[in-house]
Write a new protein. Structure first.
Length: 286
């Protein structure tokens, strides 16, 4: 015997199916929107099960060239700023990053100074902390040298900035030599997600660029071990060179906070002069 549902019940069932479908679609849309908001820089093919495009590894020759030209990238400017990025500016008359303090002065038997100190032109707590730290580290030292009776001080500060994947990346390098003290190089980097208004870590950048974290960790460890072996060889010849602790947690990706994202490379930097008087540093380039 065939059972026929009343017409109203059939209609209600169809309506229910439509409503459920709409709800499911909305949930999926919210999930996708959230994904895009935070990870849209990642190949969206991942969403449909495709393997992400592998990051093009640089040859040994390309890496060596970038390391040799490291000092040349500091040109006191910012590159690749879009109209969308510029909307973030606090002061519309200035660049997203601009030189806030500049001093090129030489005083015989006292100091030789060439400093270009940047500020980030965005208004929020994270950026305020960045700008305060930049002033405390770099500008305060310049003012101290100018006010003191220091002898034979050489102090330079320069920076480079870039925007890629809506990530604002700033790297500042200072070179300090005071009297008979050892030369000291300090490097500070600041990486800020313009899209989501937050600080961004190296691990997140590696994910965005589809770079394998484990392989990168091995590359960091290998490079530091190579440099430490060179140090040990030179120490045998009587040279006094900074020793690296190859087992230190500072080399873990989650603790590697000094990095710079350019339009063709990621520079992971370990500037030992940040904590002691040395010009030694390790640079790993991806």
């Amino acid at each position: 015997m065939n059972v026929t549902l009343p017409e109203k019940k059939v209609i209600k069932k169809k309506v229910l199916i439509v409503y459920v479908s709409i709800i499911i679609f909305c949930i999926i849309s919210i999930i996708v929107a959230s994904y895009v908001q935070f990870y849209a820089r990642i190949d969206l093919g991942v969403l449909v099960g495709k393997e992400p495009k592998e990051y093009d590894k640089k040859t040994e020759e390309e890496v060596q060239e970038l390391v040799l030209n490291f000092d040349k990238i500091f040109d006191n400017s910012i590159k690749n700023v879009s109209e969308y990025n510029n909307e973030k500016r606090k002061d519309k008359e200035k660049n997203l990053i601009y030189t806030s303090f500049e001093k090129n002065e030489n005083k015989i038997n006292s100091y030789d100074m060439d400093v270009n100190i940047p500020q980030i032109n965005i208004e929020n707590k994270i950026i305020e902390n960045y700008n305060r730290e930049i002033i405390d580290i770099f500008k305060s030292k310049a003012e101290s040298i100018l006010k003191s009776d220091s002898k034979n001080s050489i102090y330079t500060v320069e920076y480079v900035a870039n925007v890629e994947y809506d990530i604002l990346s700033l790297m500042i390098k200072s070179n300090l030599k005071e009297g008979n003290s050892a030369q000291r190089i300090i490097i500070q980097t600041y990486n800020y997600d313009l899209r989501n208004n937050k600080e961004i870590s190296l691990k997140e950048v590696l994910k965005i660029k589809n770079i394998n974290s484990e392989e990168t960790q091995k590359q960091i460890k290998n490079e530091v071990e190579i440099q430490q072996k060179k140090v040990e060889d030179l120490q045998k010849l009587g040279y006094n060179i900074y020793n690296r602790d190859i087992n230190s947690d500072m080399y873990n990706i989650e603790n590697s906070n000094q990095f710079y994202l350019s339009d063709n490379a990621i520079y992971i930097v370990y500037p030992y002069g940040n904590n002691t008087f040395t010009s030694e540093m390790d640079i790993i380039i991806l």
